[in-house]
Write a protein that binds this ligand. Structure first.
Ligand code: EPZ
Length: 437
């Protein structure tokens, strides 16, 4: 049996420019929104990622025609009458649940497999369901599926007990065709939500309060297809900025919106790096600078993003001194800790806080990516660990980082991807992917 893997040997300080792709977490809701109309929708600035392909599979399963050329998606929903999103697709990607709202709104019924947990614990969808019920849908859970029915959804007030990106997406997608006014309180204000509001309003929706936690939606009877550009991927950009810091290099991320990364920029500046922002680029300069680890606490946007927490931990691990990383969004999001410790890190986790005693002397070892961002953290740690770091289960990284090898190569780190035989009777011998310094 063969397994694909990345190998990361020690790398020099990264130097250069990297172009950031469109945001995975913006594109997925934009794709689901096309189910609200019968027409041909266009989404631009779409990255080539496994998660985008999975959402395309879900839409095709529902009857849509989906074409992905260069960085544009053409989605034809004129013949789209399916209302079931099956387990084999939903289990590949939780965001498949985003079809619940638009199917219920346009067809009056939806049957969507319940997404299971993920690497770091249960991720309930109770707010998605409670929101649909608030809009008068009848929802039943059976045999691992959410079965929802409604005549025309009825506008209503709904307050999110927790700020949830996914539930805000689903409620927006459901309420735009509802009868009457819907008011969403404590809605998520992530930039990906604003991108979706722009698309829906371009389709003819009536949504007010963009960028605030109170969204008011005046239901309409019909929506038309539209064209929308996806915003840049702030998490991909943040990953490369932290790569610049951890290797004490000088990196510019291009085609980004610096305003989407204020919390990260403030924390990187506090470590001692120099940050320079232009209209659509951010440069980090960490060359010959004595950096110090800085504690962070994640939170809903615009606070420090939980999707940059593992990468930040990799940086703190590499700097002399003590720091803490607290995750208030996912208290259990620490699967990367044991793998970083395999590289020689000194980390103790208590509750939702990891206490890090930094050491610049990491050494390469075989490690495993437990999820997308944990995988990114292991790549970053591998860039400064001695010898080779061999990362397996890299399929997680394919879900959210486009052309990872090519982009690191533009910064001076040569990563290769290779197949490696898996010893059947021994622990996975960690297929290698060689990176020549
Ligand atoms: C989105 O997930 C992102 N995924 C995640 O990024 C990101 O980590 C997360 O938002 C937080 O920023 C996509 O956009 C596809 P939530 P989502 O609903 O929508 C709780 C990545 O690496 N909650 O905002 O699933 C939940 O358990 C991924 O790109 C409920 O309790 O996150 C969590 O503690 C990983 N009930 C909190 O709310 C619900 O019904 C925030 O979750 C829904 C959520």
């Amino acid at each position: 049996m063969m397994k694909e893997i990345y190998q990361v040997p020690t790398s020099q300080s990264l130097q250069g420019d990297v172009i950031i792709s469109g945001a995975k977490n913006a594109v997925l809701p934009l794709m689901a929104a096309t189910l609200l109309c019968r027409g041909i929708s266009i989404i631009n600035n779409v990255p080539q990622l496994d998660d985008v392909n999975t959402m395309a599979e879900v839409l095709r399963y529902l009857g849509a025609k989906v074409e992905h050329q260069n960085s544009s998606l053409t989605i034809d929903t004129r013949e789209c009458d399916g209302y079931q999103a099956p387990y084999h697709l939903v289990t590949k990607m939780r965001a498949s649940i985003y079809v619940l709202g638009p199917l219920l709104a346009r067809l009056g019924q939806a049957s969507v497999a319940l997404p299971g947990g993920c690497a770091w614990g249960p991720r309930p969808v109770d707010l998605h369901i409670a929101g649909m019920q608030a809009l008068s849908a009848k929802v039943e859970l059976s045999h691992g599926n959410i079965h929802a029915h409604a005549g025309r959804l009825q506008g209503a007030d709904f307050t999110f007990s927790i700020s949830s990106v996914g539930a805000t997406v689903n409620l927006l997608l459901a309420s735009v065709l509802a009868d009457g006014t819907t008011r969403l309180f404590n809605a998520a204000i992530e930039p990906e939500i604003d991108n979706l509001v722009d698309q829906l309003n371009a389709m003819g929706a009536q949504i007010f309060g963009k960028g605030t936690s109170t969204l008011v939606i005046e239901g309409v009877t019909e929506l038309k297809a539209a064209t929308i550009d996806a915003i840049p991927d702030r998490i991909e950009a943040g990953t490369y900025l932290i790569a610049g810091a951890i290797t004490q290099g000088k990196v510019t991320v291009k085609q980004v919106q610096p305003a989407h990364l204020t919390a990260l920029i403030d924390s990187l500046t506090a470590t001692g790096t120099l940050i320079c922002c232009e209209d659509d680029s951010i440069t980090i300069d960490a060359q010959q600078r004595a950096l110090q680890p800085i504690s962070i606490k994640t939170g809903p946007y615009p606070l420090f993003a939980t999707d940059l927490q593992p990468q930040w931990m990799a940086l703190c691990v590499s700097l002399t001194g003590v720091s803490q990383v607290t995750d208030t969004i996912y208290p259990d999001r620490f699967q990367h800790v044991a793998e970083l410790c395999r590289l020689g890190a000194n980390i103790r986790v208590k509750g939702n806080t990891a206490c890090i005693i930094g050491t610049p002397n990491l050494s390469g070892a075989p490690v495993k990516a437990s999820d997308l961002r944990a995988g990114a953290a292991l790549i970053l740690a591998g860039l400064i660990a001695s010898d080779y770091t061999e990362i397996s289960d890299i399929h997680h990284l394919d879900r959210g980082y486009q052309n990872l090898i090519g982009k690191f190569a533009t910064l001076g780190a040569t990563i290769k991807r290779s197949h490696h035989p898996v010893a059947t009777n021994q622990a996975i011998a960690a297929p290698l992917l060689s990176l020549c310094g």
